[in-house]
Design a protein around this ligand. Structure first.
Ligand SMILES: Nc1ncnc2c1ncn2[C@@H]1O[C@H](COP(=O)(O)OS(=O)(=O)O)[C@@H](OP(=O)(O)O)[C@H]1O
Length: 618
């Protein structure tokens, strides 16, 4: 059914399939064909690392646990498997509270496990197997973990694997901060694993991430759960299990994943010992039909290998925990997803974002984040390292809305606009959020930004004139080149907006003309209200007034007083020199043409400055 066309006529080699890929052997040949035709560029190495966790080594209902014979079989099979899976060792997770809670024979099984402690690898579960997200704070989690550690020390169980697993994946993803803290404190955990990031099927789409120095590896399912204990009673019939092993889901999990961590349970090794049955048959099948080299590594080595193979997975991508029922179930009840922004003001810097911010918070239904002491008023979560602090950190900036439907939370961080990461991260956490950007002539923006740097005493900005900054060549000093990049790049408007449009539909994006915001803010604010769909209309023409002293529109307070933005907004500085203006006009020409095309595509009017710039370009 598979033919290799050598491509003698047209020079294009092909592998032709006479059938679809439903038969497992065809899938295998297809994988080989891709590797062959791409000269091994689209191929994995033949090494496959497998780790089998037995998550609940003492947790199990009386009558369903391992007795002495089962434990002996576990030891014997482990030895047997080593012939096919180099270094194969079962990795046992323990919750000490349940030690010796079976029948007499099962308790003897527990004893044999502990007499054979050196034969296995060990890792801690929770002492009482309670889900970590049910503990509010780190200290109560620490208490539980200390009990389990005491148990380990009393029974000679090694405590230094650096690996731990949370019952039911709770606390790992979505992240429950106290779990990570307690793990570090008590067990010095550096590695864990979960099926929940993201909660996806098929298993091969699961990913890993690193958070608070803990490497989180994805886990695969092997079809064995606490309740699957008898061969004949396997859900859907025993054939289901056999076909998963023989060319089905389990087989392809191993074929397609260089590293697979499987979760099994105590009950899978008592009763019909389906755990042993599964892995012995899987190893046989893999060996019969492939050249894969199966091996097992301790979790710490496995984790390093994982992120060596998938370095792009190191950074997490947070999602809204309330969008997935399984995630909601392992997310503390007292936490709410209402404390996430419904819209973002993304910048760019120096276009009037603070004025927009001031006007927005005047609206009774629009609420902003509380200020960050570190980044001035802005949270700067999606673009910078704050992202690695996790979503609890982010949500703590927002109030709990009194009415989650009508109140609109928002956040303005003006450096989101040109950030490579921000659109993807924002779309992952708040996919329905509306996005507001403000554009002014990029030349004016660059000049205002330069003045901003000077007033913040940036040494390079103080040393070099604006013209020197914008016109610096490749041989200019590095600090000057760096300043130039930060000054000019945000003005590549079309490229940055296109990046946002990769992740957000155009209807969720509002582009404000910054010049109009400056001269006619009430009209702009009407458009903004329409765009946001706020329930109560706020009359900005009554609430704003032009302050001739400030030279800008400000909030009108009682008795005719005004609340304007501080000195740092609407600064006094000399106008831009004609040389700089001409240089920038030419520098931004192509970017502006692209912007005009983009606005045309979006059905948006061109701002006056853009029309002028385009005329110059003709
Ligand atoms: N109403 C009102 N009051 C004060 N300033 C106003 C207003 N409307 C627009 N602008 C213009 O906003 C410019 C500052 O932009 P940002 O607030 O986006 O700057 S920042 O990125 O947050 O630092 C600021 O730039 P500079 O004039 O260079 O200081 C102003 O020109």
């Amino acid at each position: 059914t598979v033919v290799h066309d050598l491509g003698l006529r047209d020079g294009v080699q092909r592998v032709l399939f006479g059938n679809d890929l439903t038969f497992w052997l065809h899938k295998l040949v297809f994988i080989d064909a891709v590797s062959f035709l791409s000269g091994k560029r689209l191929a994995l190495s033949l090494d496959r690392y497998i780790l089998v966790d037995i998550d609940d080594i003492f947790v199990g209902k009386e009558g369903t646990r391992m007795n002495v014979n089962d434990v002996q079989a576990l030891l014997d099979t482990q030895n047997l498997l080593r012939a096919q899976i180099t270094n194969f060792t079962f990795n046992l997770g323990f919750s000490g509270k349940f030690y010796h809670t079976g029948t007499e024979e099962e308790d003897e099984g527990d004893d044999l496990l502990l007499r054979s402690v050196d034969q296995f690898w060990w890792f801690p579960h929770m002492w009482s197997h309670m889900q970590p997200h049910l503990f509010r704070n780190e200290s109560s989690l620490v208490e539980q973990m200390v009990l389990n550690k005491k148990f380990a020390l009393e029974h000679g169980i090694p405590t230094d694997s650096g690996y731990a697993v949370a019952p039911h994946h709770s606390g790992v993803y979505p992240v429950h901060g106290p779990l990570y803290g307690a793990w570090k404190k008590v067990w010095d955990v550096g590695i864990t694993s979960t099926e929940e990031y993201p909660h996806l099927k098929p298993a091969r789409h699961r990913r890993g991430f690193i958070h608070k120095n803990i490497m989180v590896l994805p886990r695969q399912t092997c079809g064995l759960f606490t309740h699957t204990i008898f061969y004949k009673e396997y859900p859907g019939g025993p054939k289901e299990l056999d076909s998963s092993i023989q060319g089905g889901e389990l087989f392809f999990t191993v074929v397609l994943n260089p590293i697979s961590i499987f979760m099994t349970h105590l009950s899978n090794y008592g009763n019909d010992r389906l755990g042993l049955y599964t892995f012995v048959n899987l190893a046989n099948f893999v060996q019969s039909w492939t050249n894969l080299r199966l091996q097992t590594l301790p979790p710490a080595q496995l984790a390093h290998k994982y992120f060596e193979l998938f370095p792009d997975q190191k950074d997490p991508l947070w999602q809204n925990p309330c969008d997935d029922k399984r995630h909601r179930d392992i997310w503390p009840k007292e936490k709410t997803c209402d404390r996430l922004p419904r819209f973002l003001v993304i910048g760019p810097q120096k276009t009037g974002t603070t004025a927009l911010y001031l006007f927005l918070v005047m609206h009774p239904s629009i609420l902003s984040n509380s200020p960050s002491p570190k980044t001035f008023e802005e949270v700067q979560f999606f673009n910078r390292n704050n992202y690695h602090r996790g979503i609890d950190w982010y949500m703590d900036f927002f109030p709990v809305p009194s009415n989650a439907t009508t109140d609109l939370l928002f956040e303005k961080s003006a450096s989101y606009f040109h950030s490579e990461e921000a659109p993807k991260r924002a779309a992952s956490l708040v996919p329905k959020a509306k996005i507001i950007t403000i554009l002014i002539d990029p030349s004016d923006r660059a000049y205002s930004w330069y003045q901003h740097q000077r007033s913040h005493e940036d040494p390079a900005a103080l040393r070099f004139s604006f013209y020197e900054v914008i016109s610096a060549g490749p041989r200019a000093p590095p600090e000057l080149r760096a300043l130039q990049k930060r000054c000019l790049v945000p003005g590549w408007y079309a490229s940055h907006i296109e990046r946002w449009l990769l992740y957000f539909p155009p209807l969720q994006l509002l582009i404000i003309d910054g010049q109009q915001l400056r001269t006619d803010p009430a009209t702009v604010m009407d458009d903004v209200q329409k765009f946001l769909g706020v329930s109560r209309h706020y009359n900005y023409s009554e609430a704003l007034t032009f302050d001739s002293h400030k030279g800008f529109w400000c909030q009108l307070l009682e008795e005719g007083k005004t609340k304007c933005l501080g000195k740092s907004k609407g600064r006094k500085y000399p106008p831009m020199g004609p040389d700089s203006r001409a240089f920038l006009s030419s520098y931004y020409r192509d970017h502006n043409v692209e912007l005009a095309k983009l606005l045309h595509r979006l059905g948006q009017p061109l701002p006056a400055w853009l029309r002028q710039e385009l005329q110059k370009a003709r």
